[in-house]
Ligand binder design. Structure first.
Ligand code: GUN
Length: 300
């Protein structure tokens, strides 16, 4: 048996299309144009690529994109002052400060300075608390995208055993909260978990977010399980030529695809969903700011 492969690229295109539809309606019916501000400090090449893609896709969805690029020597106080300006700007509905930040800046302090209603990353302590208590929050993009794909694949998630491997604030913990809200029985596993293989074998839903290349082999997967692979790991690929690399997930795809019921590939699975959900969160934040109904199908 071979799993069905969940096409994250197509799914993300569908989400972006829905976002663009809502944006067009907001303009036509209310004269409102959602705006997303992205702040990049320093010149990390991977971050520059992300930020460029975010800006491009924001414009393609019909929204305003505001990019703020600051040198890596920017004092923390200057970054906090920019965040305060964006908080006060009514044209800005979403604010994202790209991580990681340089060492001399306290990332937690900066994230918690963002107006929670504009925190489209869902990283602010208030949004973390709202999500954890089942209240209306801004939800982190990667877990939100993963949830959308799980709902599409499975319909109701109620009563299923979900195992989240990884306990990060960005993915593992909010993913577990979302699955709990869907009435799954949730286990958060991590590098210190005893008998990790057996824990994974009990999962109807397995979400891998540890950041270790191909750590989870097919024989850790329950036959028919739905596998969401959040990992993006670059490994050497000598078969492509000297010095070449390729991307792999946290799951060993070749063996897992023979056992799982459905699985996201890497690349082309969860990855494209993150920016699509960032756009979705920006529209949601804009609707909430204007007391308008939230976009259907784009929220948790
Ligand atoms: N760096 C890598 N991924 C992310 C993300 O989702 N949000 C932010 N702010 N920075 C990141």
């Amino acid at each position: 048996m071979s799993a069905s492969i969940i096409d994250g690229k197509a799914f993300a295109a569908g989400v972006r299309e829905k976002v663009a539809g809502h944006v067009a309606r907001l303009r036509e019916e209310h004269g409102i144009k959602p705006g997303l501000a992205v702040v990049l400090v320093g010149e990390d090449p991977a971050s520059e690529v992300y930020v460029r893609n975010k800006g491009k896709q924001t414009l393609e969805a019909g929204m305003n994109s505001y990019e703020h690029k600051l040198p890596d020597t920017t004092p923390e106080a200057d970054l906090l002052a920019l965040v305060a300006r964006l908080n006060a700007d009514p044209a800005v509905h979403g604010i994202l400060v790209q991580l990681p930040l340089p060492d001399h800046i306290d990332a937690e302090k900066v994230i918690n300075a963002i107006e929670p209603a504009k925190d489209v990353d869902g990283f602010h302590i208030l949004n973390v608390g709202l999500l954890g208590t089942g209240q209306k929050a801004m939800v982190p993009c990667t877990p939100l995208g993963s949830l959308m794909m799980l709902r599409d694949q499975l319909g109701s998630l109620s009563g299923l055993n979900a195992v989240v491997v990884g306990r990060s604030n960005i993915v593992g913990k909010p993913m577990a909260q979302l699955l709990l809200r869907e009435s799954c029985t949730v286990t958060i596993a991590h590098s210190r978990t005893k008998d990790l293989a057996d824990v994974c074998r009990g999962a109807d839903i397995l979400v891998a977010a540890v950041g270790r290349a191909r750590m989870i082999p097919g024989d850790w997967i329950k036959p028919g399980a739905t596998v969401i692979d959040v990992g993006i790991n670059r490994i050497p690929a000598p078969e492509k030529g000297e010095g070449k690399t390729r991307l792999v997930g946290d799951v060993d795809f070749e063996s897992a695809v023979e056992v799982a019921g459905a699985i996201t590939p890497v690349p082309g699975g969860v990855g494209p969903m993150t920016i699509a959900c960032l756009l979705a969160n920006t529209v949601t934040a804009c609707c909430r700011a204007h007391n308008l109904p939230e976009p259907e199908g784009l929220t948790a």
